[in-house]
Write a protein that binds this ligand. Structure first.
Ligand SMILES: [Zn+2]
Ligand SMILES: [Zn+2]
Ligand SMILES: [Zn+2]
Length: 344
């Protein structure tokens, strides 16, 4: 049995086809990293990374930090070091045979958030205090780029495990700051705006209300946040975390909510790893663009996407995802994890 499901924000169709989970090799097993490789993110190796742009620390010594943010050593975007280096020649449209190809210089910033001085891997290995500091660092760096005024978007994401694209196993996340709003976010903003235009309500607030009422896709709920498997989940065990109270900009999160957010994400990843195995995963923070005012139609959230299923020609060809595990089944498995496997 399979069915088409439509995502109410993006109008993206997903095919839920549970028979496909029985295919051989349907799920990817996370590959271990080489333990003999040196780690530049561990305490005492601070001089092996570019100079830090932020550190949350208790003492004064270089290695006395809790969370560090450093520029990516291999950035995919850079700020020009001086204004004279900006060359007009490479910018603007090229016109070979009538077609207009647009290009602009790779302009932006690419930062790494080192989540702990200890050599740990997953969000589930972090203490609640460490993860709270990680969310505090996200808030501070987004506020920093908001104040900068030149950039349109700050995209925070995490690759955990080789299959999810991580090149180092030491727990870290990344911030990519760009002068334009990424297309995925632009589409989400447009879908949310259209929903708001038609109904005068936030689609995410409506989803929260529906998921609490219906319950089958709910995974965890805390004082300030909720985690559920979305109705049109693209991939097995995909989940979203949202603040229960409407808020469009993550960087405006109250200090007092940071610990609650750390708590729900940590518990969610523990439940994911207990239900699906210690898989590679990505999480992505979706928040309103920099330099915009509070929006009634948009609601920040974190999308957690485990790398269990391979995407292939089918997804590339059609844009449809095939999800072999219904989100209701995934949510139930994550809810049913014994408490002992979700606590520290
Ligand atoms: Zn390390
Ligand atoms: Zn909302
Ligand atoms: Zn989103």
């Amino acid at each position: 049995m399979s069915e088409f499901r439509k995502d109410p924000i993006l109008e993206r169709w997903v095919i839920v086809a549970t028979n496909r989970s029985q295919r051989p090799g349907a799920f990817i097993e996370s590959q271990p990293f080489d333990p003999t490789l040196p780690c530049p993110f561990c305490r005492g190796h601070e001089d092996e990374t570019p100079q830090e742009v932020l550190a949350l620390r208790d003492g004064k010594s270089a290695s006395d930090w809790r969370v560090r943010v450093v520029p990516n050593k291999f950035p995919c975007l850079n700020l020009p070091s001086t204004s004279s280096e900006q060359q007009a020649g490479e910018e603007g449209p090229l016109r070979p045979s009538g077609i207009t190809y647009e290009r602009i210089d790779g302009f932006g910033a690419h930062e790494v958030i080192v989540e702990s001085p200890r050599h740990v891997f997953s969000t589930s290995d972090l203490t609640l205090e460490e993860l709270t500091d990680v969310f505090r660092a996200y808030k501070m760096r987004l506020a920093r780029w908001q104040a900068d005024g030149r950039m349109a978007y700050g995209q925070i994401f995490k690759n955990a495990g080789q299959a999810a694209g991580a090149s180092l196993e030491h727990a870290h996340s990344q911030l990519l700051v760009t002068p334009m709003v990424p297309i995925g976010i632009a589409n989400e903003l447009a879908g949310a705006q259209e929903y708001y235009r038609q109904r005068d309500r936030c689609v995410f607030c409506d989803m929260i209300c529906a998921e609490i009422g219906e319950g089958s896709r709910l995974v965890v709920e805390t004082a300030h946040h909720i985690a559920f498997a979305p109705f049109a989940a693209r991939l097995p065990f995909e989940t979203w975390v949202l603040p229960k109270r409407h808020a469009s900009h993550y960087e405006q999160i109250e200090e007092t909510s940071l610990g609650d957010l750390a708590g729900i994400l940590r518990e969610l990843i523990c439940r994911l790893e207990a239900a699906a195995g210690r898989c590679a995963y990505n999480y992505i923070l979706h928040t309103a663009p920099l330099g915009t005012s509070a929006a009634a139609h948009y609601h920040w959230h974190i999308e957690i996407v485990p790398n269990l299923a391979r995407t292939a020609g089918f997804e590339l060809a059609t844009g449809y995802y095939i999800n072999p595990i219904a989100p209701e089944v995934a949510a139930e498995r994550m809810r049913n994890v014994p408490e002992s496997r979700t606590a520290e």
